[in-house]
Design a binder for this molecule. Structure first.
Ligand code: PEP
Ligand code: MN
Length: 298
């Protein structure tokens, strides 16, 4: 008889000891705290990263950066290189690639906001790292280990999104690849799971709020959420953002767009500048109820 030694899908003590010892949090070991571009992570502050899905043109990313900053956001997000689901490009469905990186740089120069943007390809780690303060690894690349290793070796802070089908165990396994290669400033982002029911035909994912305290129990690196990608539906972004803060999220990523309905990619999920400004106030109220802050005065 063959002994069943198949590993479980969830985390065992042996995993913590030998599969991902660098990512593992031991007992009551304090959670990790560090600064990225002068913004503290892992403490009382809940940094907010906001911006469009895609850098569509120079003017819109500059306008968005101003709005993000004015409302008290800490990082500008925006994709120059995009993992678009379909290969055909049009004037409504595109990525600006290197041109987009230049506009992100312009937005930083104009506002001082640090930048988080996605890197999808090992060949572009250097180019993205020149502009980004945080390299974003998207859900589809969570287990692209060669990419993870190159991002870690770049020496840049990195955000590792959870794959939409991955267990926490596999997510922490991917994090371990990066920690082993010397990434010291790693943050983990839950962005929604593919599940049987999402409650709307157009919503592809479900935010796994439970993974926030779970990841924090097993791992000492900051854990945040992206309610925009998780809900795929702007009216649900506010409640899921506030719930994320209640659940202990260490940072929040949000899609904000000057003209949400006409966003080039995923127009159902971004919120307007006004909605974002109001949301920052609600976030501050919930954060203060759980002993934290988003840095926005009420
Ligand atoms: C994004 O943040 O723009 C993005 C593509 O996210 P995800 O990898 O979670 O789909
Ligand atoms: Mn997106």
């Amino acid at each position: 008889m063959i002994e069943n030694k198949a590993p479980g899908k969830d985390i065992s003590d042996e995993d913590l000891a030998s599969k991902f010892p660098l990512a593992a949090r031991r007992g009551d070991e304090p959670r990790r705290q560090f600064e990225i571009a002068g913004v503290p992570f892992g403490g009382d502050l809940i940094p907010v990263m906001a911006g469009p899905n895609t850098v569509e043109n120079r003017e819109m990313i500059l306008r968005t950066a101003e709005a993000v900053k004015k409302a008290g956001g800490h990082f500008l997000r925006g994709g120059a290189f995009k993992p678009l689901s379909f290969p055909y490009r049009s004037d409504k469905y595109f990525e600006l690639r290197e041109e987009g990186l230049r506009y992100l740089q312009d937005a930083r120069d104009a506002t001082g906001l640090p930048i988080i943007t996605e890197v999808m390809d090992q060949n572009y780690v250097g180019a993205v790292a020149e502009v980004a303060d945080i390299l974003q690894i998207g859900t589809r690349n969570m287990q692209n280990y060669a990419l993870l290793i190159d991002c870690a070796r770049s020496g840049k802070p990195c955000m590792l999104k959870r794959h939409y089908g991955a267990s926490l165990r596999d997510w922490l396994g991917a994090a371990e690849y990066m920690l082993l290669e010397g990434c010291t400033k790693l943050i983990l982002c839950e962005r929604g799971m593919a599940v049987p029911h999402t409650h709307r035909a157009s919503s592809r994912f479900l935010l796994d709020l439970q993974v926030v305290p779970a990841a924090q129990e097993f791992c000492s690196y900051p854990v945040g959420t992206d309610p925009s990608h998780a809900t795929f539906w702007a009216p649900w972004v506010k409640p899921m953002t506030l719930a994320s803060i209640g659940a202990g999220a260490d940072f929040i990523m949000l899609e904000v767009h000057p003209d949400p309905r006409n966003a080039a990619v995923d127009p159902l999920q971004p919120i307007s500048f006004d909605a974002y400004d109001q949301l920052m106030l609600s976030m501050e109220a919930v954060a203060s109820a759980v002993g934290r802050t988003v840095g926005r005065s009420l």
